[in-house]
Write a protein that binds this ligand. Sequence first.
Ligand code: DGL
Length: 273
Amino acid sequence: MKADWPIGVFDSGVGGLTVLRALRDRLPTEHFVYLGDTARLPYGTKSRESIERYALQAARLLASHNVKCLVIACNTASAIALDVLRRELAPLPIIGVVEPGAKAGCAVTKSGRIAVVATESTVRGGAYEQAIKTCRPDAVISTRACPLFVALAEEGLTTGPIVEAVAHHYLDGMFSGANRPDTLVLGCTHFPVLAGSIARVIGGEVSIVDSALTTAASLENELRRAALQNESVGRVGSVRLLATDGRERFASVGSIFLGAALRPEDVEIVDLV
Ligand code: DGL
């Protein structure tokens, strides 16, 4: 592995572009190859076997691009398939988003009552509870699967009455009563774009955190540890975008997540086997 090789970033779709954005902000000289498995999204409703198989195919494709490190930006794939990926692709360093997200939640909570919203598979797998308990054993954790949030974000519907109605549906029960959580971890790539609407529903006193910034810090540490930082000072790194389907949709919805304009011709379509 060489320092000027790119970093692979994988998500089930375009949501992981929120993570890519944070990685680029923190590590501007690094090159990135991003893969969104848009043909098979959502992963969050699939079985463990399918998620592991899909994630492995995606990781192998990125490994074939000579990546020096892999970031699994998809919470569902991180929660379910991280061990398999690390085993199958060793010695490639692989970073997931669940542990950084859990650490971010533990760093801001005062009461120790932490809520996590994620996909069905992430919630079912229990990875967030485990990761939060590791850094804060006395934490009181509540979790809720919010699959409609993924659909709303994919539609580019991030504010307004429909989003807030769905947020009420999922979150009112979690945030009622005297022992309500003081922290909400957004355990899904798609949820950060809904954060404004979610905050309006649960109240501004609840801290909302996602894993993007802490994942970027973990990646920086990993590159330093492995002496793989790209030291081309002053030169902005490149980004290559790969998807398994829908160049136009990737560009239009992806620009919301990336916070920058994307054109269909910026996206290469690839096949996973
Ligand atoms: N990327 C997935 C995650 O972060 C959300 C979308 C999906 O269900 O595939 O869990």
